[in-house]
Ligand binder design. Structure first.
Ligand code: NDP
Ligand code: PYR
Ligand code: MG
Length: 615
């Protein structure tokens, strides 16, 4: 067995040539069915213009088995190809000598700051967002630290590139832009072998998994296996925004087929070409996955469900919450970020949460998840039963206002919202009938907050609070410009995907981004650093309150109900500390003793993308 220690010994004691020969011979014993070293050495033939075929790969015929041999000591060419350790032109002269890099790089040496400047210049030249996305993915595969340095230090500029809206387009075109796998693909073909598949992933100490089955990718619907862009994007935010180590993050796509005909007919589709498995077949695959995850990574690995369709999402969350550390970002993360925005908005609109009336367009994961957390917060504030506080909240789905006469036919997650009211068909009529102070879009359907809807909101609210949560930008219920113009500059507006500032009547309005990206990185860090074993609603409330507390007067002055993303690492540390504190208080934490200063502890846990010096 060849070991890293032996290779290092050979290199240090006997020199590089001996090491090369040794590796080659070890490799050749694994070629052609394992013949003796001598035999294989004799057979080392020359092919391709006199280049030695050390590993026997070129000379092997098609039916001969060869070993995909690699020596995993990161030095020389291998070091430059290793995204975790590559520093590009930033290797020092000393490092070039010590790590066999001389001649493999041009003479100039760039600092990481200069590399960052150069790459930002290049990125800014791309006019097409998808080109920027691909350039960032290339960078992530080439030089991980530089990727994160760029993302952390230019977060407001690059978030729309690696995340919504561009990640949506990337998923739609994932088959064409796919280069190298960035996460684990677990399909029906892997049934019975999922534990082995997890072991194929090169990293062992996984702390957070983001998993999708691709059925509800943003507001773009079923993108099957191409949904992989979402776990990859979310996890890059876990690192950039929440400070989790990249090596501790595992993106997973469960492929049970797709019902998207366009993909099924696409010759370049990268997933299983079959209709989605459902029922027992689906449940068994998911169960095998969840069991394998716990077996391989232990009790404290966080599994974040992302962009599952609601007919699976609620069930999975209910099923695995008692046994695993699971979190559904679309249901719970979105709820927490919206509640934070509402708590902050009270500074602008006045009153308490209980004084407001809420109307949702969209009664799925996001809509009912947010509604439930608002109702919970109000019931805690007024110390009243949640059945009563739910009555302040109304939801509209594709069939109209959810009312008691529809109760029998409603999905279980809509039933608590079926209040007494006569049937109402469309949103405009619902707005006029309910007269909400807060209108929240979570339908996944763009352009549904029409001029009439916004004008109606502005007719009975001095400052209508309008949140257009649906992603990507194409699915936003209205644009920032529409919200400000149609409300004559009175709306307080935030959206799931970012919009540029808008000038209306000589005043500049800055729309905020109501996106769960404010919550999940800090929330996850809080769970992990405290060794939490279960998620509890009170942790979500703690995260909301922490985020709301981070909105400063200067933000309110611009009409913002969220703090800017530029400060997100500090915000995430604060959220993490509050979540961890609550987890300790509830006895859900296993990492003892509890650190005294949790904010400082959170900051000290965070991954830094600064280059390290190699000995
Ligand atoms: N900003 C953020 O952080 C987040 C944003 N989102 C966005 O929210 C959107 C919805 O996500 P999610 O809740 O998970 O999706 P779901 O599929 O679970 O829910 C969608 C809801 O919208 C309703 N709906 C669909 N079309 C219409 C219509 N024309 N009129 C009225 N209602 C309609 C559906 O009605 P029915 O039940 O009758 O089919 C359903 O209740 C997506 O675009 C997603 O990107 C999601 C999570 C976080
Ligand atoms: C933001 C997000 O999680 C979504 O749109 O699904
Ligand atoms: Mg999502």
């Amino acid at each position: 067995m060849i070991t890293l220690k032996r290779i290092t010994f050979l290199r240090v004691v006997l020199g590089r040539e001996v090491e090369r020969k040794f590796c080659a011979l070890m490799a050749s014993t694994m070629v052609n069915g394992g013949h003796s070293v001598e035999e294989e050495e004799k057979k080392n033939v020359t092919v391709g213009g006199g280049v030695e075929d050390l590993y026997g790969e070129d000379s092997a015929t098609e039916d001969q088995l060869i070993t995909p041999w690699t020596v995993s000591v990161a030095s020389g060419y291998t070091l430059l190809r290793d995204p975790h350790h590559n520093k590009g032109l930033a290797f020092t002269e000393k490092e070039k000598d010590a790590h066999y890099l001389r001649g493999l790089l041009p003479p100039a040496i760039f600092t990481q700051e200069l590399q960052e400047k150069k790459l930002m210049n290049i990125l800014r030249q791309y006019k097409v967002p998808l080109q920027r996305y691909m350039a960032m993915m290339d960078l992530q595969e080439r030089n991980e630290k530089l990727f994160y340095k760029l993302l952390i230090e230019n977060v407001e500029e690059l978030l729309p590139v690696v995340y919504t809206p561009t990640v949506g387009e990337a998923c739609q075109k994932y088959g064409s832009i796919f280069r190298r796998p960035q996460g684990l693909y677990i399909s029906l073909k892997e049934k019975g072998k999922i534990l082995e598949v997890l072991k194929n992933w090169p990293e062992r100490n996984i702390q957070v998994i983001v998993v999708t089955d691709g059925e509800r990718i943003l507001g773009l619907g079923d993108l099957g296996c191409q949904g992989m862009g979402i776990p990859v994007g979310k996890l890059s935010l876990y690192t950039a925004l929440g400070g989790l180590r990249p090596s501790a993050c595992l993106p997973v796509t469960i492929d049970v087929g797709t019902n998207n005909e366009q993909l099924l007919n696409d010759e370049f589709y990268i997933g299983l070409k079959q209709k989605r498995a459902t029922g027992k077949e689906y449940a068994e695959l998911l169960d095998e996955f969840m069991t394998a995850v716990k077996q391989n990574y232990g009790e404290k690995v966080l599994v974040q469900f992302e962009d599952f369709a609601n007919h699976n999402a609620f069930e999975l969350l209910t099923k695995y919450s008692p046994t695993h550390l699971v979190f559904n970002d679309d249901i719970q993360g979105t709820a927490s970020v919206v509640l934070a925005g509402l708590l902050a908005a009270l500074n602008l609109v006045g009153g308490t949460l209980a004084d407001h009336k809420f109307l949702f367009l969209g009664a799925g994961e996001a809509g009912t998840g947010i509604a439930e957390l608002i109702a919970l917060e109000i019931s805690k504030q007024i110390k009243g039963p949640i059945e009563e506080t739910r009555k302040k909240i109304w939801l509209v789905d594709s069939k109209g206002l959810i009312v008691s006469s529809r109760k029998e036919s409603l999905q279980h997650f809509k039933k608590p919202w079926a209040h007494e009211h006569e049937p109402v068909k469309g949103l405009l009529d619902a707005v006029k009938a309910i007269k909400p102070t807060v209108l929240i879009g979570s339908s996944g359907v763009g352009k549904t907050f029409t001029k009439e809807v916004v004008e109606a909101m502005a007719s009975f609210n001095e400052k209508p609070l309008i949140l257009a949560l649906s992603n990507p930008t194409s699915q936003s219920e209205c644009t920032a410009e529409e919200a400000y113009t149609w409300s004559k500059g009175r709306a307080i507006f935030a959206s799931g995907s970012p919009f540029d500032p808008v000038e209306y009547n000589g005043k500049v309005f800055v729309p905020g981004q109501a996106n769960n990206a404010y919550i999940f990185p800090g929330f996850g860090l809080g769970l992990i650093m405290s060794g939490a074993i279960r998620v509890h609603d009170d942790l979500l409330l703690a995260a909301s309150e922490a985020l709301a507390a981070q909105v400063k007067q200067e933000n309110f002055d611009k009409g913002l109900i969220y703090p800017p993303f530029s400060n997100i690492r500090k915000i995430s540390a604060y959220i993490a500390a509050k979540v961890a504190a609550k987890a300790y208080e509830l006895g859900l934490s296993s990492r003892l003793p509890r650190p005294k200063d949790l904010v400082q502890h959170a900051e000290s846990c965070m991954y830094s993308p600064v280059y390290r010096c190699y000995r």
